[in-house]
Design a protein around this ligand. Structure first.
Ligand code: HT7
Ligand code: ZN
Length: 844
């Protein structure tokens, strides 16, 4: 397959003024008629006319009304065209019902729906399918569907047809069409300048009772973007549609967002607190794209982080404002380390702005999204809040309606602040997580922190230059008081020292507060100091981090040396649990232990070969020891934090339930599941019911509840996804692969629905001890199913191959078993470009 390089970018030869599309819908033979007004691009010297197009049956084409016979290949068409504005027309036939890849126009439960990002529009008709070609779309839909939607505003409708017009020029990846038997949950929003906007969430009949939360989230997002970024909505209508078969979470098509139903439908009985929070964040994310992505889009797909990093950053700010900022930050860092640090550390490492790709769908990664968002957070820290506001205003003013690059983005910051960002740009171009070694000395009242940065090699990038790293530091006195408030140190050299004068005693440093940069801090320190920071640090992130480090160190000693559970950790976590001045949500987070994958990476970093079974056993031993120490406290916490008010997915109730459920997990190790059964039986919401079921499975007492749960919820596909996942996640390591295989034979398992596939095979991949079981059956089960899925849905297959990305950490036997499966996948006939690229990169 062909590799595409950023360095090869050239502007489009032709621009599109207007496009008119007519869809004659039919499940297997939809006709798409296009009329496209082209003009030569003055910024291009090329006059080669090429339109992308894949899997299209060309019926006919015309230029300025005269029939032509273009040259057609598997990638698109070329034709001779005038060196002046002209109209191109084409009629093509496509097969939505046969489209299992869920890109382009496809069918989901009898409903037509599209997914065009990144390069799906070329599966609908011939078009310059690149984000720097922006045009005004008019769309006519003909069919016998009760509801037929497209972007923008409805202009006319009749019996069996509807016409839509979107006044905002957009790239083809933001095109959308939906047609089906849908019902809407409607509302209205008035923008601050007085525009009245109709809001709808369109769902399958029966789901209308699960839309209210999403609608509130949408209105909150619209208000927040006005208040915080001064951005108003720009159409009279905003539609959201829920779709069951969808490759990712949601899509920000102009005025017609399409959502995976799992990311919009919510009710207390069927959704957990975590689901509610995620739905709120995704609705916000897609809405915020209207400005950061749609009004200002990307010049090419290498610039994906321009819209995704910024929009993730904006949605995390939104959640921090709506809920608890520290809890959001800690959750984000847990996710960043679990997904992005893992990626940066392995064969799939790539810069936030990659320089080449084979299949762009493989670059919708944690690095582009989450590290991309961290870069925005660092920029804001470096320039300050006011300057950030000025830079964003300038960005919107200067680039509205344009397709931009990271250079444009950084230029705006340079112009708004006068700062030179040449060094900062390395964050976009260099892959890998910098490691920051810290040492200290104290003499005559002066305390010095010495830092040394180093970024290990990543594929294709052996040597890295030093980056600018914003390091937020505070100092605590020996009695625990804060003696120096947080200040931002700007590290620009490979090695750099910073001094603090006038100190009466050697302080305890709190370094990288609020996780001020996405780096790994290497600092030799004692458990006493970690316990001290856990007790006294005023920075919530570093307080949590201290507890996490204490737990990790104790676990590593258990795994490596067979040590007993660390008394300092048990004591500290117990004290913290009883501290009623602390937010319950924070305490629940502080009860979480490092993940199996996190421990495997720590062992690998320290030069040890991780044994997944030993890691799992150490965690179990520590949890058992904690249950002995904390039994009475867990009982008290459980009782004190029961929510008696009617269910609300707000931060207060969510925090209380999280802490009570953390206590329940502890209690279950002492009472054999009695309390969990009582909670399961009494639960009137999914958060409580699922926590009860999870504890029962953990205790080996889940059989009856698993059956009852299925019978209660078999009509609800999103709840049944949870049922599939939980049984796999809670299986003992030796049973994980067999449980997965058994569930793939269940009548409700289907390879065609990405949510169900991920709920099942994704759960296997997310259970390290089971997935890496020495027998190799975890690897084989996953590989079998990836091979089966690839011909149907390459995008989801390729994404799920990342389960194997850490394979070089493991022992020779496991490496051989994994290599065998990777080679087997690679040898599959007609393997997709997506999966070929991913597996080849992983295999190395
Ligand atoms: N911009 C979207 C990314 C996307 C996508 C979404 C759904 C299905 C396939 C997709 N390919 C790329 C989602 C977002 O970041 O908001
Ligand atoms: Zn996005």
């Amino acid at each position: 397959p062909q590799t595409i390089y950023l360095a090869d970018y050239t502007p489009p030869a032709f621009l599109v003024e207007k496009v008119h599309l007519t869809f004659r819908l039919s499940p297997e033979k939809t006709r798409v008629l296009s009329k496209i007004e082209f003009r030569p691009n003055p910024a291009s010297s090329s006059r080669t006319f090429f339109l992308h197009g894949e899997n299209l049956r060309l019926i006919g084409a015309k230029i300025d009304g005269a029939a032509i016979t273009p040259q057609v290949t598997a990638e698109g068409l070329t034709a001779d065209v005038p060196d002046a504005p002209f109209t191109f027309e084409a009629e093509v036939e496509i097969d939505p019902a046969g489209n299992t890849a869920l890109e382009g126009l496809y069918m989901s439960n009898g409903m037509y729906c599209t997914q065009c990002e990144a390069e799906g529009f070329r599966k609908i008709t011939y078009y310059p399918d690149r984000p720097d070609v922006m045009s005004v779309f008019t769309v006519r839909i003909e069919g016998d569907m009760p509801v037929m939607l497209s972007n923008g505003n409805p202009v006319a409708e009749g019996d069996g047809w509807a016409e839509w017009h979107d006044p905002w020029p957009k790239p083809a990846y933001l095109f959308a069409l939906v047609a089906g038997d849908l019902v809407n949950h409607a509302d209205r929003f008035t923008t601050r300048s007085g525009r009245k906007v109709d809001l709808n969430i369109w769902v399958r009949p029966g789901d209308e009772g699960k839309c209210a939360f999403g609608m509130e989230a949408l209105k909150k997002s619209m208000t927040w973007d006005e208040e915080v970024y001064g951005r108003e909505y720009d159409l009279d209508l905003f539609n959201i549609v829920a779709v069951d078969d969808f490759n990712m979470g949601a899509m920000e098509n102009k005025g017609l967002n399409i959502f995976n139903s799992s990311c919009v439908l919510a009710s207390p009985e069927t959704s957990t607190d975590a689901n509610f929070e995620r739905i709120e964040a995704i609705i916000a994310h897609e809405y915020f794209h209207n400005w950061t992505g749609n009004r200002i889009t990307c010049r090419d797909w290498f610039q994906l982080c321009l819209k995704e990093g910024l929009t993730v950053y904006r949605d995390s700010e939104f959640t921090a404002d709506m809920r608890s900022a520290p809890v959001k930050r800690i959750g984000d860092v847990i996710a960043l380390r679990a997904r992005q640090f893992r990626e940066d550390n392995g064969p799939l490492a790539h810069p936030v702005r990659p320089e080449s790709f084979v299949e762009i769908n493989n670059f919708y990664t944690a690095t582009v999204y989450e590290k991309g968002a961290e870069l925005i957070g660092m920029l804001k820290r470096l320039v300050g809040d006011d300057a950030y506001g000025r830079a964003l205003d300038l960005y919107f003013e200067r680039h509205d309606g344009q397709a931009c690059t990271i250079e444009d983005w950084l230029q705006v910051f340079e112009d708004a602040t006068g700062r030179d960002l040449a060094q900062f740009k390395r964050w976009y171009t260099q892959a890998g997580t910098p490691r920051l070694r810290v040492s200290e000395d104290y003499e005559g009242g002066t305390y010095t922190l010495h830092f040394e940065q180093h970024t290990p090699p990543t594929p294709g990038q052996e040597v890295k230059d030093p980056r600018v790293i914003p390091i937020a530091v505070g100092l605590l006195g020996p009695n625990g008081d804060e003696i120096k408030e947080t200040q931002l140190l700007e590290m620009t050299e490979a090695r750099q020292s910073f001094t603090f004068d006038g100190l009466a005693a050697k302080p305890v440093p709190s370094i990288l507060r609020d996780f001020s940069a996405p780096v790994i801090l290497d600092r030799e320190t004692s458990n006493e100091e970690r316990a001290f920071l856990l007790a006294h640090d005023t920075d919530p992130f570093n307080k949590w981090e201290a507890g996490r480090a204490l737990a990790r160190n104790g676990l590593l000693a258990m795994i490596r040396e067979g040590a007993a559970p660390d008394a300092a950790y048990l004591d500290a976590v117990h004290t913290m649990a009883r501290d009623e001045t602390l937010d319950p949500a924070f305490r629940a987070l502080a009860h979480g232990l490092p993940s199996e994958d996190d421990l495997a990476q720590s062992l690998h970093d320290a030069g040890h070969t991780p044994d997944p079974q030993a890691i799992w056993e150490a965690l179990e031993t520590l949890r058992d020891a904690r249950a002995v120490t904390m039994e009475a406290t867990a009982r008290a916490l459980y009782d004190r934090h029961q929510v008696t008010a009617p269910y609300r997915p707000d931060p207060e109730q969510t925090g209380a339930r999280a802490l009570a459920n953390a206590a329940l997990a502890i209690l279950t190790r002492r009472d054999g599941g009695a309390q969990a059964q009582a909670q399961y039986d009494a639960a009137d919401n999914m958060t409580q019911q699922l926590a009860g079921l999870s504890c029962l499975l953990q205790a080996g007492k889940g059989a009856a509840a698993v059956q009852a749960f299925y019978e209660q919820w078999q009509h609800d596909r999103l709840v049944i996804d949870k049922w599939f996942s939980l049984q796999i996640l809670q299986a003992a390591p030796q049973d994980t692969a067999d449980t997965t295989a058994r569930l793939t034979e269940h009548r409700d398992f289907t390879i065609r629905n990405p949510n169900r596939f991920r709920a099942t095979l994704g759960a296997l991949a997310m259970s390290p001890a089971g997935f890496h079981h020495a027998s190799g059956k975890g690897y084989k089960t996953l590989a079998d199913w990836l091979i089966a899925l690839d011909p149907l849905n390459p995008q989801t297959t390729a994404r799920m191959c990342s389960a194997f990305e850490t394979w070089r950490r493991y022992d020779a036997d496991r490496r051989a078993l994994i290599a065998e499966q990777l080679d087997r996948i690679l040898a599959s006939p007609n393997l997709s470009r997506d999966t070929t690229e991913m597996v080849s990169r992983i295999r190395g």
